[in-house]
Design a protein around this ligand. Structure first.
Ligand SMILES: [Ca+2]
Length: 281
């Protein structure tokens, strides 16, 4: 049966870069009050920055043959996010860390309602500072009881989970590092809101998965318009579609870009989305 789905892209938002970010923990002097829960991490201290770029970082040491808890939360309580929608952790992982180590970046609101985003170590580049992003607005949309307006956050932290390790990986022991916990984007700028047209977005000519890119009514009724993508899951020529493109965004003005999407309930779970960017080359 031929199935058509409408996917809506409501707006693209550029968030401020250095102008609108604030490092709240840089671990230059001490461990910033971060602590652990559960027994996997045996040492959490201020240490030398492994990259040499700053005067200190938070170092968490653990062994995969731990027999008590296969996890630890590295966290701090009572953090005031202001009106920033995104909080970033930078992590530095050693090159030999097994790919199956699992990270949950979690936040609890003022009533301890929990939300997280997750990565295996395989998704994180090694021996370089890499930003992990937690989007507070995204968590609120997913879990409506998660409410950052109620007051300071109950906890912000990273859980390390090693319960998926097998074979030789269980012999690994070492240290990972955290630095520059940062509030990002208190004052976002919307660059495409699709209120009257599709801006310069367009349908890529070489695919038949996405069959139309059009201006449409906002399905949520929250604005005057949205970008609508019609998807044909029976596509036979190509099973992917570069549905739209936008050119000449000034990336020098921002370090974070977000896009709001609205999916109908019947979109199959197996459809895969890539939010992609190409640079000036
Ligand atoms: Ca530092």
């Amino acid at each position: 049966m031929k199935k058509l789905f409408m996917l809506f892209c409501l707006c693209v938002v550029l968030l401020g870069g250095n102008l609108f970010s604030q490092v709240i923990f840089d671990f230059e002097e001490d461990h910033g009050g971060f602590t652990t829960k559960y027994d996997l991490v045996t040492s959490l201290v201020k240490a030398d920055d492994p990259s040499g770029l700053s005067s200190g970082a938070l170092a968490a040491t653990f062994a995969l043959n731990a027999t008590v808890d296969k996890k630890s939360n590295i966290y701090k309580g009572n953090i005031e996010p202001g009106n920033a929608p995104i909080i970033t952790f930078y992590v530095w992982l050693p090159s030999d860390l097994p790919d199956s180590v699992y990270f949950k970046y979690f936040v609890q609101d003022n009533n301890w309602t929990y939300a997280d985003v997750k990565w295996y170590a395989s998704a994180i580049p090694k021996e370089v500072w890499y930003p992990l992003l937690f989007n507070l607005e995204q968590a609120n949309v997913k879990t409506s009881s998660f409410d950052v307006a109620e007051g300071p956050l109950g906890a912000v932290g990273l859980q390390v989970y090693t319960g998926y390790e097998t074979d030789a990986d269980t012999t690994w022991a070492g240290t990972i590092y955290i630095d520059n916990v940062t509030l990002i984007g208190a004052y976002p700028t919307v660059i495409s809101d699709f209120e009257t047209d599709i801006d310069s977005y367009e349908l890529h000519a070489t695919n038949d998965l996405v069959t139309a890119v059009e201006h449409a009514t906002d399905p949520a009724g929250a604005s005057s318009g949205a970008l609508a993508l019609t998807i044909d899951a029976d596509a036979t020529t190509k099973m992917k579609g570069n549905a739209f493109q936008y050119c000449n965004v000034n990336a020098l003005e921002a370090s974070v870009m977000t896009m709001n999407v609205w999916c109908p309930t019947e979109v199959p779970d197996g459809i895969y989305f890539k939010f992609y960017v190409k640079d000036n080359n």
